[in-house]
Structures are given as C-alpha cells and as structure tokens.
Design a protein around this ligand. Structure first.
Ligand code: DP6
Length: 354
C-alpha cells in the first residue's frame, strides 16, 4: 500500500552572469569561475507531491509544466533525477508529481534552466530532509541544493543565494568551489543589491543552438585557453569593483563579458550568431546615451539576442522616458521585463493543489 502524499514547494529565481560560464568538463564542472546577480521577478515555482512507494520501486515522476505534460521537459527531468538520486538517502521508492510554472512567459526567450533546475533541486533537498526526520543547518541545505542544481544546469547552482553568487574555484577565495556556488551578496556594495535589470526582449524564438551545444563547441575553440585565463583575471577585478561599488567599472566588465561570449560563438566551429540586428541597435543606443549623458547604463547578454539593461536604482526615474521612447520600439511587441537583483529562493508554505 502506498502511503500519504506530502508536498514540497519552492520559488527560485533566474540569474544573470556578469562573468560568464562558457565551457565545461567532466560532470558539469566549469572551465572558469563565474559570478552572477540573482534576479527577482523572473522565477520558477515548483511544487512536488511525493508518495512513498513499496521497496524496489525506485524514483519515478510525472511532470507538468503550466498544467501540461511536456515530453521534452520530462526527458530532461528524468535524466536529472537519475543522475542525482544517489546523492540523497531518502529518495528511493518515491513517486513525484512535479508541477512547475514560470513567472515569465515560456516563449519569452528568457533562459529558464537556472530557475527551473534550482527550484527542483531545492524541492528534492526539502523532501530528503523531511523524510530524514532531522533538520539540516540552512547554510548546509543551500550548499547541497546548489550542488544538486549544478548537475541539472550549471548556471542553476548560482540561483540559490541572495543578490550575487560565485561558482568555480578562485585562488583568492578559499571557500569557492567547482561543484557548487557560494554566496557573495553580503560582500557587495549596496548599489548592486538594488541593481535594476530590465530584460529587453528582442526575440522570443527558441535558440538555434542550445547552451549545452555551445559549451561543447568550446572544446574545439582555438581561443578557449585564453578565454579561461581572461575570465580569471576579470573575476579578480570584478570582486574588488563590486565590493567598492564602482558602477562604471562593473558595467564595463559586464559589457566586455557579454560581447566576449558572443565572440566565442562567432568563432566556434561551426560559427553561429545569436544576436539580431535589434540587439546591435540597442547596444549602440545604450552606449551613445551613456556617452552623451554620463548616466551609468550598461548592458549584458545571455546566450541569445535579448539584452539586459543594467543601471542603479536611483537613476530609474531619470531614464524611464529614454527607455520607453528609444529602447522599447526595438523590442519584440514592445516587450520588456523589469527585473532587479533579488533575495533568492523562497519556500512555498501554502499549497492550492487539488
Ligand atoms: C551564457 O547553465 O544553461 O548563460 O550547464 O549546459 O545547462 P548547462 O548550461 P547553462 O549555461 C549558461 C550559459 C550562460 C552564461 C552563464 O549563465 O554563466
């Protein structure tokens, strides 16, 4: 007889890398350290109903994304569960009914693997903890969630901490690690804890080359060794800049990293371009505006055509009209998501599942 359903749920945000993770080896280990800002409004909400099954059942699941069964997602979840189940003591012989939804439209072009995989990892850690009957220290809980999330999607390991996270070993940071992210939010200047990050949606089309395929191509990219070295140097610089609160230096690193990422794509074999004409027009507009007005507005890019507009919270009112008049018309269907640095994941305590 199968016993009682229990429920675990987490809301977990996406993140924007300032120093990019691009290139990996082994079991999803990064070729260079990366640093990201944890977002606030772009998140995934995942609820898992779990049922204890008889011995020998193993770990099985059903997956619903926004109330629909999506076979492509289910395959990725199954692969993930089979990779991580051995890392838990109490997830044998369970059936999971996983329900997931995003705060942003699925087809918005926003990468959702970081929020999705971190939400899922947090739920699994909660279930394992509940079944163990003892409470884990919260820091250890997040550390494990980050480790598990990494196996689902590298960038997901950075989503579990407030404001900013670092993933990958850095010689000057003794606690930094290849297998999980560490929090950096406490050490940064307050200007970055209220950082605005407007996502300018240039295209919501599915990417022609997935991030996973892009990482793979780094293995044959002739610039890869120099790139990994450069990322380390820039990381040292960024750590200081973020502690001191030098927004211009921060923005310059963010832009340089974004364009380096896309340059690596263009110099891959086969070469590919993910930016659209509107991405370049937006870059020009942002740089011209910065030059002409002196306002600290910068951009970043993920592995896609959409821009992240980065600026301190205290200039929001002054640049609102410029964003509306100059940038919005270049976005697909005038679509922009106002996001900002955020506090990290939160556990869902109240459930409305039938
Ligand atoms: C450009 O974490 O999506 O966003 O580990 O294969 O799932 P997998 O890749 P993913 O790669 C993210 C790449 C990036 C840069 C970053 O977030 O650091």
């Amino acid at each position: 007889m199968n016993i009682v359903n229990e429920i675990a749920g987490w809301q977990s945000p996406s993140n924007l890398a300032i120093i990019k993770y691009w290139g990996k080896y082994g079991n999803q280990l990064p070729q260079n350290p990366s640093l990201s800002i944890t977002l606030s409004h772009s998140f995934t909400e995942t609820i898992i109903e779990y049922t204890q099954m008889e011995k020998g059942h193993g770990l099985t699941s059903d997956f619903y994304f926004e109330d629909q069964k999506l076979p492509a997602f289910k395959t990725r979840i199954d692969q993930f569960l089979s990779k991580v189940s051995g890392r838990f003591n109490h997830l044998n012989n369970l059936h999971l009914t996983i329900q997931s939804k995003n705060s942003f439209p699925h087809s918005s072009g926003i990468a959702s693997s970081a929020s999705a995989m971190s939400a899922l990892a947090l739920c699994l850690c909660t279930i394992d903890e509940a079944l163990s009957g003892s409470k884990t220290h919260y820091n250890d809980f997040l550390n494990k969630a980050s480790f598990i999330a990494r196996i689902g999607s590298g960038s997901a390991c950075r989503s579990v901490y407030p404001y900013a996270s670092i993933w990958g070993q850095i010689s000057t940071l003794p606690h930094s690690h290849q297998e999980y992210a560490i929090p950096f939010g406490d050490e940064i200047h307050p200007i970055f804890r209220t950082l605005n990050n407007d996502i300018l949606i240039v295209s919501s089309d599915q990417k022609s080359i997935s991030s996973t395929a892009g990482h793979e191509m780094m293995n044959n990219n002739p610039y890869a060794p120099v790139r990994y070295e450069q990322a380390r140097t820039k990381m040292d610089l960024l750590l200081n800049v973020m502690k001191e609160g030098d927004f211009f230096a921060f923005g310059n690193i963010a832009e340089n990293e974004a364009l380096t990422l896309h340059a690596l794509m263009m110099s891959s074999e086969p070469s590919y371009v993910l930016m659209k004409p509107e991405s370049l027009l937006l870059i020009q507009k942002i740089r011209t505006f910065r030059h002409d007005t002196g306002y600290p507005v910068f951009f970043s890019l993920d592995a896609g055509p959409n821009l992240h507009l980065l600026y301190p919270a205290d200039i929001s009112d002054s640049i609102k009209t410029w964003i509306h008049d100059e940038l919005l018309p270049l976005c697909q269907n005038n679509y922009l998501i106002h996001d900002k640095a955020g506090k990290g994941p939160s556990q869902i305590e109240e459930f409305s599942i039938e």
